[in-house]
Design a protein. Structure first.
Lengths: 332, 342
């Protein structure tokens, strides 16, 4: 699957290089994303997982340049088809959003305008990008096509968001994200507010439209189960850094980084009862990060070097990247 | 068996709109028994709108049933004298979903612990109160010196939730209702909090009612499970039976929708049910017969006429579904008794 993708697609659609983002807080700058690098192949589904404060959502929103005023991109590159999104003007970036890179936001159900009919919101999305040359009929034809692909009846166009169920609103958000055929769709915890049955149906819809469109997806979340079911590759974030990236099966069968190992062991499954393996300790403070590896205060395999040197994020073996001194040292 | 906490065919209707035009049957004839002599963890599982939180609030006496009754040690909550009610409020504790909202941000966390100790007059001196608080913090897996004297924002969500566990423990309860206690806690801490519930049952004989939408954690911690659908029990029994070999079409749909953390165990094995059991439709106030009939791929004529009773399909499991009518019919109360005695 993901393993031979490098042959079929020569160039990644998205490449993030050494992204650094910080928040201005009363107590000083807080480094939320600290040197994150990854690539995304065309049509690929990549998961970004991490606990709260790991920087996954900040990373995702930075790619879209949708940040609050207190957020500063300190450095790095976000190359979409070779163009650095961080260098675009505001107007160029506005044009790129939805047309090239789109977002299904966290709590998407509340992101629709409650005062506006769904159809009008979808039309607006098209008009904002293609102000000229589109008759209402062609716009509506496109909207109808997209609504059908996310399995919504056309009459939702005349509905207000509150008239729709959570799953339907989520589908509207998916429809909006694919309206302009983007190359990359970022889905930030798209189903966290939905029940399991609806969650599965919505995720299957997302997968189907994504495959049909050939778009790549970055799924941001904390639910490893959802990742296992949906993505090709997983990137595990901890304390603002990527600690491991690899194909989904490799990550679950043979996690390299001690944090990933503990995270996977901590997951409840239906094979074991009364067995609990939490990760001792707490997530690091980003205001006063520990020296060396961010995970070393909680790591059961810690060695002396870990509290001094920051481990480099390197390719340990084909397609398997990790930032851990133990892996570098040839533990494999 | 001594019944510690019991729901006897309770129902609760919520009215909405002017002149009570709309009404919702949030809980519909549910019976449940917690046996005082055998500490247990009983899961109440369901999706949003299943009535699980309403049932919890009924069991806590926060709201009153429209019909049926809640009994604490055989006494009806509605007709309880003040001393017994105080006793009930001490022995039946609750932990809620959101460890952020339970605190007053301008008070130190100590306040949520000292208030109940004094309110229930459990101690005679400051020292005694302090000792008791430290002891329950340790029982909940917290170090008192790292916890007391802090403000809520200085503690992580996982620790705040554990303080809520400690708070529940302060009063030496017999039973704790935990309503989605880990759904807002990070994955790495989830296991630790669930483990402390199981430990408290094992070491101190405290029973739990674990209310959740998450069947995986329900399976991990509990012995018995009640699966609710729109206020009614769809399937009830031992977790091994209900979750490993679900029988009600709704339970089967739920179980097959769990995203298992294993890329090789693919989502939605039950494809037949999958394709036909559609997403929940618009809420129907008056659905005659089985409440799942409008989504059920196996719907039969009788399903749309009368709501199915529980049928015993195994020695410790009953299903409210006509597909299983070869089993002996059993009332909700009898089933609750059967499980409480196991």
């Amino acid at each position: 699957m993901a393993g031979d993708r490098s042959q079929e697609a020569k160039a990644p659609v998205l490449e993030v290089r050494n992204l650094r983002v910080s928040y201005t807080t009363a107590a000083g700058p807080l480094r939320a994303v600290n040197g994150v690098s990854f690539y995304l192949w065309p049509g690929e589904r990549l998961g970004l997982v991490g606990e709260s404060g790991s920087g996954k959502t900040t990373t995702a929103l930075s790619l879209m340049r949708l940040m609050q005023d207190t957020t500063v991109v300190e450095g790095g590159e976000v190359l979409l088809d070779g163009v650095d999104l961080l260098k675009l003007s505001e107007e160029e970036m506005r044009q790129a959003r939805f047309a090239k890179i789109s977002l299904i936001p966290q709590g998407a159900m509340n992101s629709l305008n409650p005062m506006m009919k769904v159809g009008e919101q979808l039309r607006d999305t098209i008009r904002a990008h293609q102000p000229k040359g589109n008759s209402k009929a062609t716009i509506d034809a496109r909207i109808q096509q997209v609504l059908e692909s996310v399995e919504l009846r056309l009459n939702v166009m005349d509905s207000y968001p509150h008239e729709l169920s959570g799953g339907m609103k989520q589908r509207v958000c998916i429809a909006m994200s694919i309206l302009l055929n983007p190359k990359v769709i970022i889905a930030d915890e798209p189903t966290s507010a939905l029940d399991v049955v609806v969650q599965r149906q919505v995720m299957e819809t997302l997968r189907r439209v994504q495959v049909a469109l050939g778009a790549a997806v970055i799924l941001v979340g904390h639910d490893m189960g959802l990742m296992a079911q949906f993505v090709d590759r997983i990137g595990v974030m901890y304390g603002g850094k990527l600690v491991e990236v690899g194909p989904v099966r490799g990550i679950f069968k043979d996690p390299l980084h001690p944090y990933t190992q503990l995270l996977i062991k901590s997951l409840p499954n239906l094979d074991m009862k009364d067995v609990f393996r939490g990760i001792p300790g707490l997530t690091p403070s980003l205001l006063t990060p520990p020296p060396g590896c961010m995970f070393h205060p909680r790591c059961p395999q810690v060695i002396q070097r870990c509290s001094v040197d920051i481990p480099k994020f390197v390719e340990i073996k084909p397609e398997r990247w990790a930032a851990c001194h133990l892996c570098e040292g040839g533990r494999q | 068996m001594i019944s510690l906490l019991e729901a006897q065919h309770v129902s609760r209707v919520f009215h909405s709109g002017l002149l009570n035009k709309g009404h919702t049957l949030a809980v519909d004839g549910v019976s449940l028994i917690i046996n005082e002599e055998k500490p247990s963890i009983t899961a109440i599982a369901g999706e949003s709108g299943s009535g699980k939180t309403t049932l919890a609030r009924l069991l806590l006496g926060v709201i009153q049933p429209t019909s049926g009754s809640i009994l604490y040690r055989g006494q009806n909550l509605a007709a309880m004298d003040r001393p017994t009610r105080k006793e009930f409020r001490r022995q039946v504790q609750a932990i809620f979903q959101d460890p952020y909202e339970a605190y007053n941000p301008v008070y130190k966390v100590d306040q949520v612990l000292t208030t109940p100790v004094y309110k229930f007059g459990l101690v005679h001196s400051r020292e005694e109160a302090h000792e008791r608080i430290e002891q329950s913090l340790r029982m909940a897996g917290l170090r008192p010196e790292e916890t007391l004297g802090r403000y809520p924002h200085q503690l992580s969500g996982g620790r705040r939730q554990r303080i809520m566990v400690a708070r529940a423990l302060l009063l030496n309860p017999r039973i704790i209702l935990a309503d989605e206690p880990v759904s807002m806690v990070d994955a790495s801490l989830r296991a630790t909090i669930l483990e402390s519930l199981v430990k408290l049952k094992r070491e101190f004989g405290i029973s739990f009612i674990y209310i959740t939408h998450d069947l995986t954690t329900a399976y991990q911690v509990s012995q018995n499970i009640y699966v609710l659908y729109r206020g009614s029990v769809a399937e009830v029994g031992g977790v091994e039976k209900v979750i490993k070999q679900p029988k009600h079409p709704y339970t089967r749909l739920l179980v097959s929708s769990i995203p298992l953390p294993d890329p090789d165990k693919h989502w939605g094995g039950e494809s037949e049910i999958e394709s036909k059991a559609s997403a929940p439709g618009a809420p129907q106030a008056e659905l005659i017969g089985c409440k799942f009939s409008n989504r059920c791929p196996y719907v039969m004529a009788e399903c749309q006429q009368t709501a199915p009773p529980l049928y015993l399909t195994d020695d410790n499991r009953a299903v409210a579904c006509y597909l299983h009518k070869s089993g002996a019919q059993i009332s909700g109360k009898e089933m609750a008794e059967l499980l409480a005695n196991l």
